[in-house]
Design a protein around this ligand. Structure first.
Ligand code: DC
Length: 232
């Protein structure tokens, strides 16, 4: 099946499998996959490494604003595909730790951080044939995206997925902490003032609590066939 040159926006709660589906769509239809959450995670890691986040979690916003002027954050090609880079350093692994996860929502709620990330995301969107996942792609970053998907699943299913993902990366997570972090992020992401997580009116809802990845791709194919009048 051929999909026209469009932007596909995939938003939704944490650990709903947005990136897994987005990567598969990118692979199947030769789209560029972009993980907007990785940008917020990169900013958070950079803030942590520069001592701008205190023990109690408070953020030195004045310091961070100044530090962003020196932050070279980008997606670059790697041996395994592409990854998030700070300068020449691939930080793909460091940005996925629970420590970064526990600070990323407050960091991403800061308006100048959102502007910093949005500028970079818009630059990628100019080329079309992009599938991007995040929290506000269909509502704010690309409100004109031709296909918008809003993903959701029960908190239990999502916490288990995040737990398994961390174990597979060699980490030793505690389920209660993973669940606590997930619920906290849901709350902050949906209640922040700037670009809160919400479903765009024209987004298709995908609840994958009881779906396999294959069923999700069949669902996506059906959506595109209907939307673009593709017959195969
Ligand atoms: O998708 P993720 O869990 O890697 O995202 C990390 C955080 O970044 C998430 O808690 C909220 C924030 N985020 C955002 O505010 N807007 C986006 N478009 C993507 C992520």
């Amino acid at each position: 099946m051929n999909i026209p040159d469009i932007i596909i926006a995939i938003d939704g709660y944490s650990s709903t499998g947005k990136s897994t589906l987005a990567k598969l769509i990118a692979e199947q239809y030769s789209f560029l996959y972009l993980d907007s959450g990785a940008m917020y995670r990169g900013v958070t890691l950079y803030a942590m490494e520069n001592g701008l986040i205190a023990e109690d979690g408070s953020i030195d916003e004045v310091g961070l604003k100044a530090a962003l002027n020196d932050l070279d954050l980008d997606f670059k090609a790697t041996e395994g595909g592409s990854g998030t880079f700070i300068g020449d350093r691939c930080v793909e692994k460091e940005i996925r730790t629970l420590e970064v996860s526990s600070h990323v929502s407050p960091v991403s709620a800061i308006p100048f951080v959102r502007n910093f990330v949005d500028e970079r995301l818009h630059a990628f969107g100019r080329r079309k044939r992009v599938v991007m996942d995040g929290r506000d792609i269909g509502t704010t970053v690309f409100p004109d995206a031709e296909v918008k998907i809003f993903m959701t699943a029960t908190a239990e299913v999502r916490a288990q997925r995040r737990f398994d993902e961390m174990v597979s990366k060699g980490q030793e997570p505690v389920m209660e902490e993973v669940m606590k972090n997930l619920l906290e992020r849901d709350y902050i992401d949906s209640h922040r003032e700037v670009s809160p997580l919400s479903r765009a009116d024209d987004a298709y809802v995908l609840d994958n609590s009881d779906m396999t990845l294959h069923e999700e791709t069949v669902w996506f194919q059906g959506l595109c066939q209907g939307k673009f009048g593709i017959l195969e």
